[in-house]
Design a protein around this ligand. Structure first.
Ligand SMILES: *Cc1c(COP(=O)(O)O)cnc(C)c1O
Length: 361
């Protein structure tokens, strides 16, 4: 067996110890005689699994009692619709556009009402987070929408907008559990699991309880109502049971290594190795303003498409997978989520240095 350094933006690497544990428990989960995959979600054993996953997530993020934790399906993309269907009672909302995913969410909201763009970084190819100080909120806006870490462009918010009491909605898909997060700043946080916490198929929603009293828009299907999931402990129908189990193992693992402060310190260390080298390099350039840099998705390029191509070809041969940037932007992107070991980042930098030495005259 050979594991390689996988720089995929998602689905992405998971902690090796979690994969081992899942393998060990695959055929017989704790003496139940069956795999978690085969287990009734109404069984006592499974109830224990989902309860423990929720309790551990609450511990990790310090989630206050007046917030519900939901384990849903449909990915981040379904949230682009669920958010307006459940929160857009005046059919008006304010969106901050910092990349591909925020734009998708904005476009989806148009199906249901009138989303307004109150800030955007599209003028410079989403290479920065807009100034959040003087945002002009629409008085009737039901919520303000942001995407905390921009997976494709490699930017991240370093502070949050003060929405003056308006509900703040955060797509935290690609930075979820990479560092501590002050849940109380938000009305709703969502994250697809496959970037940092588990297999694709689980979407985590953290929602403030009072938001569940907002009537969904007429015609909202039962399964797309947050309140239905909250009232039924994420078990109105069959949840993504096995995926939730894996997320639970990851939560336990993160608590075991010291919680999110320790995770953050590790992520900062990894990102610094890569950014410091890029900043000192004669051929590689970071594509993002320094103050907006993501710890999870590091985007860079040489400026010469042919050289980028040569770099990527060599990288593949050297055993690094998934380094090409998103098809909409090109260049390179190294996604270094929680589970990417420091050795993987160091190995990448070693390869970059070697490439530079061979290509700079
Ligand atoms: C990947 C991603 C999404 C889309 O997630 P799906 O699960 O594929 O629907 C949404 N937002 C962000 C920030 C992402 O990184």
């Amino acid at each position: 067996m050979k594991r390689i350094f996988n720089f995929s933006a998602g689905p992405a690497m998971l902690p090796e110890s979690v994969l081992h544990q899942a393998a060990d428990e695959m055929l017989d989960y704790k003496g139940s005689g069956m795999s978690v995959m085969e287990m009734s979600h109404r069984s006592k054993t499974y109830q224990g699994i989902i309860d423990e996953a929720e309790a551990d997530l609450r511990k990790l993020l310090n989630i206050p009692a007046n917030y519900k934790v939901l384990f849903l399906q449909g990915g981040g993309t379904t949230q682009f619709a669920m958010v307006p269907m459940n929160l857009m009672k005046n059919r008006v909302a304010d969106y901050i556009i910092t990349g591909h995913w925020a734009k998708k969410a904005y476009d989806e909201a148009k199906i249901f009402g009138k989303p307004n763009i109150i800030a955007s970084s599209e003028d410079k190819l989403f290479s920065y987070i807009p100034d959040l100080k003087n945002l002009k909120y629409t008085p009737e806006a039901d919520y303000v929408y942001m995407c905390e870490n921009n997976t494709i462009f490699g930017t991240k918010y370093k502070s949050y907008p003060d929405t003056k009491g308006k509900i703040l909605v955060n797509d935290a898909s690609s930075c979820f559990l990479s560092e501590p997060l002050d849940v109380t700043k938000f009305g709703l946080i969502f994250a697809g699991a496959q970037k940092n916490v588990g297999p694709a198929g689980v979407t985590i929603v953290i929602i403030r309880e009072d938001l569940l009293a907002i009537p969904p828009l007429p015609g909202t299907p039962t399964l797309l109502q947050y309140k239905i999931h909250a009232d039924n402990g994420s078990m109105y129908n069959t949840p993504p049971a096995y995926g939730i189990y894996i997320c639970g193992l990851v939560f336990k693992y993160l608590l075991g290594i010291g919680g999110l402060e320790a995770v953050k310190a590790n992520n900062e260390k990894k990102a610094a190795i890569l950014y410091n080298y890029i900043d000192s390099s004669k051929i590689f350039k970071g594509t993002v303003e320094k103050a907006s840099r993501s710890l999870m998705n590091v985007c860079f390029r040489t400026g010469e498409p042919a050289l980028d191509e040569a770099f990527l070809e060599g990288a593949k041969k050297a055993g690094f997978s998934n380094l090409p940037g998103h098809r909409s932007v090109g260049g390179m992107r190294a996604s270094i989520y929680n589970a990417m070991p420091l050795a993987g980042v160091q190995a990448l930098v070693d390869y970059m240095q070697k490439f530079e030495a061979e290509h700079v005259k």
